[in-house]
Design a protein around this ligand. Structure first.
Ligand code: MF3
Ligand code: CO
Length: 251
């Protein structure tokens, strides 16, 4: 069932989302050559607790960390560990937090040092696709209008859009109804209503869009090992249009 949030609930969702935005900012600033991905996770846990929040990912279906760090051909759900980030890496960071029972979820991709112009285009296109998807999150549209706008933008630029993972409703749980695919024909699925809160999250690949989960049971990589990028925001549908809850205030 799709839950519509009232003002009181939206207030707590804004708080959770603000923690996530601050967390992504903090962790992004730490990304430099030689840093272990688990150091990012440790900083993330400390930040989340410092904000009086709880991690949303830790323990979710047994996930062992508070953030996901996915490097290069890793698309999503990379588990922080001993790996050191290197110059030239494309690094996606996905973060979630819970405040008073309400969830926030966001992700971004950044490049460290020199990357190819193709890799730069991939990152930029993924971020633009998220923006275009969010622009469709208005009353009167349907879920697949978001999906279609994302797919169209990605494929126009010649990149692939991942099918196996999708965006989702969010609120009292990390994943609520409805699913929000990043591909599909327009004008299908549930009608968008005021009070719906969605996590929209395009995952885009340089080559083939098919993915494969590694033996750790989590890390999703592109089948052809091409680069991938991922951007995500938690947004609320309001009478005034989409409100991006996970935007960093000072940006
Ligand atoms: N943004 C991802 C999602 O909504 C994060 C999930 S990581 C997990 O699916 F570990 F919590 F699964
Ligand atoms: Co999500």
């Amino acid at each position: 069932m799709i839950e519509l949030k009232n003002e009181q609930e939206l207030k707590r969702m804004r708080q959770a989302a603000r923690v996530v935005a601050g967390l992504l900012k903090q962790v992004s600033a730490m990304v430099r050559p030689g840093i272990k991905t688990k150091a990012l996770d440790e900083a993330a846990i400390a930040y989340i607790h410092g904000q009086g929040a709880k991690p949303a990912f830790l323990g979710y279906r047994g996930y062992p960390a508070s953030i996901c760090v996915s490097i290069n051909e890793e698309v999503v759900h990379g588990i922080p560990g001993e790996r050191r980030i290197r110059s030239g890496d494309v690094v996606s960071i996905d973060a979630g937090a819970v405040v008073e029972g309400f969830y926030g979820d966001a992700a971004l991709t950044l490049a460290l040092g020199e990357i190819s112009s193709q890799a730069q285009a991939l990152i930029q296109t993924t971020q633009q696709a998220l923006t275009q998807g969010i622009a469709q999150a208005v009353v009167g549209n349907r879920i697949s209008d978001i999906s279609h706008a994302i797919q169209r933008h990605v494929e126009q630029q010649g990149f692939g859009v991942v099918r196996e993972f999708v965006g989702h409703g969010i609120g009292r749980a990390l994943h609520e109804e409805p699913p929000v695919p990043n591909f599909g024909d327009p004008h299908l699925g549930p009608r968008l209503q005021v009070g719906m809160v969605l996590a929209i999250e395009p995952m885009v690949t340089l080559g083939d869009y098919r993915v494969q989960v590694l033996a750790d049971g989590w890390t999703a990589v592109t089948k052809d090992r091409s680069l991938a990028a991922h951007f995500e925001h938690t947004i609320a549908i309001t009478e005034q249009g989409p409100e991006i809850l996970t935007l960093c205030e000072d940006k």
